[in-house]
Design a protein around this ligand. Structure first.
Ligand code: PGA
Length: 258
């Protein structure tokens, strides 16, 4: 199966309103109305509406960086998946390692959020990844499998087909230390084997697995050429239009010049 590549920019807690609109406008202008690669930007929630306006005539999709698992109610400071959808998003990043580490989100919390996001018609981008210590002590496969099984517990094959996974080794996020294409491919291939054994070959071959962690214009092509790497979740390098667009170009099926 040919999986469509998917490049998403995770802006984290960066940009002000004007910068967000300028960055989104520059990306939308270059991507245009149709693209052989799926592209999305995930600005801070406060700027989702403004960024949505800036990309509205383009093929660039909109994503939030988080949401709560309830639809509404007395949850001061939270935003619901329905609100995320209402403001124009099609994607939501869930279980990012910064949420897991800084905000102590558990696999169970993430599982509830993914279920709620699916219920609101969003495509969740579910992140998994090991720390440096876990990698150095040989626990990568066990940790990543445990995060996948925990975060995605109880979902049907049909629900799984609406999810995107992002493998983001914690030691590679924001460090400039990128996983080698072989290191990333090994984990992606293992996750696909897990999907095959837990679900079926359709889910295993259709589900997209992005790589994230210090992806930039220079290293994107070699990562994206791996058979099981279907795109990238880009942090730092998504904050400059040129750098992000170069990663999008590297994901084109016929190469950057096509
Ligand atoms: P980075 O972040 O590209 O800055 O390493 C990736 C991410 O956290 O999604």
């Amino acid at each position: 199966m040919l999986r469509r590549k998917f490049i998403a920019g995770n802006w984290k807690m960066n940009t002000n309103r004007a910068e967000a609109v300028a960055l989104a406008s520059a990306i939308a202008a270059k991507v245009g109305g149709s693209s052989p690669v799926d592209v999305a930007v995930c600005p801070p929630s406060l700027y989702l509406e403004a960024v949505g306006q800036a990309i509205k005539n383009s093929a660039v999709g909109l994503g939030a960086q988080n949401c709560y698992h309830e639809a509404k109610g007395a949850f001061t400071g939270e935003i619901s998946p329905q609100m995320v959808r209402d403001i124009g998003c099609t994607y939501v990043i869930l279980g990012h390692s910064e949420r897991r580490q800084i905000f102590k989100e558990s696999n169970h919390d993430i599982n509830r959020k993914v279920l709620a996001a699916l219920g609101a018609g969003l495509t969740p981008i579910v992140c998994v990844g090991e720390t440096l210590d876990q990698r150095q002590t040989g626990k990568t496969a066990a940790i990543v499998r445990e995060q996948m099984e925990g975060s995605l517990a109880g979902f049907s094959a049909e629900q799984m087909l609406k999810i995107v996974i992002a493998y983001e080794p914690v030691w590679a996020i924001g460090t400039g230390v990128v996983a080698t294409p072989q290191q990333a491919e090994e984990v992606h291939a293992d996750l696909r084997r897990l999907l095959e054994s837990r679900y079926n070959s359709e889910v295993a071959s259709a589900l997209r697995i992005q790589y994230g962690g210090s992806v930039n214009a220079e290293n994107a092509a070699s990562l994206l050429s791996q058979p099981n790497i279907d795109g990238a979740l880009v942090g730092g390098a998504s904050l400059k239009a040129d750098g992000f667009l170069a990663i999008v170009a590297a994901a084109r099926p016929n190469g950057p010049e096509a």
